[in-house]
Write a protein that binds this ligand. Structure first.
Ligand code: HSE
Length: 341
């Protein structure tokens, strides 16, 4: 049996991770310990700040966020902890001692590193979903560049925005069906706040270089680290009021002449559900509400550009809590346990 400690198990990613672990064959090899950063009444939990507790774990899956990882991992390593740290936050991702885990793309690299590396991290949710969409095209080295425009769900920003949306909804009642009156009503209701309801925010996370946001910067940098080569992804990230699932419109250039039928054939794999490019399928199936909770990525609106024969576009939607976060961590643990047995 291996001791698995889970920190941040009550959060969105942590709870989805626990659900996924219980569906996996590796559950029979695991003794699970739940760690908490604060005391919950009547609940006997391990204190996540107590290194003497953490040090007994063979694996620690940390979904608590960057600040916790920053504070605790170093102290644990100073105590010569020899287990595996598997992180969901962005804190370790670009560190040279950390391997980014996304096994549909970099399983060979993961297997190579398991022998001598102990620190692993899942990548950003839009990056994982982008790489899964393009996994076959990337393996065949067919991609020249990608422009990604995201439509990211409020749950990607955690409970704060979810609460905000619910408060917005509670504040709006008896609304007019006439646009001009409706607009006036909502402007009056939300005088001081910028609501997420009826709205979007074209900015996610901090500013970084080249006028990009950090969320946008992650696309190229994390994807390049996973692929172990430079990939050009120009990204624009937008928050919308869908509850769950990140949608992305990709425009991309390939480096060979391929037909639209070839593209359908190449993109298709066991993780992807292709949605036919017609009105009924696109409106009924290709939307966050329908994709939520689904382990497949839904990919549709596949088109060749009118501007250039080698440019295509497609719309891809994936559950950011599953393939975008918890699933790569669970799959890594499966690989790790198989190697250690
Ligand atoms: N950085 C992501 C977001 C979190 O803000 O949506 C992953 O879902």
């Amino acid at each position: 049996m291996f001791k698995l400690g889970i920190i941040g198990w009550r959060g969105l990613v942590g709870s989805v991770f626990i659900n996924r672990i219980f569906t996996s064959n590796i559950i029979k090899y695991l003794e699970i310990y739940l760690f908490s950063t604060n005391k919950i009444l009547n609940f006997n939990l391990n204190n996540a700040f107590n290194l003497n507790n953490l040090i007994n774990m063979k694996f620690i899956v940390c979904c608590q966020g960057s600040n916790f990882t920053k504070k605790v991992l170093k102290l644990l390593l100073l105590k010569k902890w020899s287990g595996y740290w598997i992180d969901a936050s962005s804190y370790l991702r670009m560190n040279k001692f950390c391997t980014l885990i996304f096994d549909p793309i970099n399983k060979i690299n993961i297997l190579k590193n398991i022998k001598n590396q102990k620190i692993y991290s899942g990548s950003n949710c839009t990056v994982s979903l982008c790489l899964l969409t393009f996994s076959n095209l990337l393996k065949l080295n067919l991609i020249d560049w990608i422009i990604a425009t995201s439509y990211q769900a409020i749950s990607g920003a955690g409970s704060k925005l979810i609460n905000e949306l619910v408060n917005n909804i509670n504040k709006s009642h008896n609304l007019s069906k006439n646009l001009l009156t409706l607009e006036k009503q909502t402007k009056q209701s939300f005088k001081k706040e910028n609501p997420i309801l009826f709205n979007l925010i074209p900015w996610i996370d901090k500013k970084v270089k080249f006028s990009q946001t950090k969320e946008e910067w992650k696309s190229s940098s994390e994807a390049s680290k996973i692929l172990n080569r430079k990939i050009l992804i120009d990204s624009n990230c937008v928050r919308v009021s869908s509850l769950r699932c990140h949608s992305q419109l990709f425009t991309f250039k390939v480096n060979k002449n391929i037909s639209i039928n070839d593209l359908y054939y190449i993109i298709n794999n066991k993780f992807i559900k292709i949605i036919k490019n017609n009105e009924i399928d696109s409106t009924k199936k290709l939307n966050p509400f329908n994709v939520s909770g689904n382990l497949s990525l839904f990919v549709g609106r596949i088109k060749k550009s009118l501007i250039d024969n080698r440019i295509f576009s497609l719309f891809s939607i994936g559950d950011q809590l599953l393939w975008g976060a918890a699933e790569p961590l669970k799959r890594f643990l499966e690989i790790l346990i198989e190697e250690l047995l």
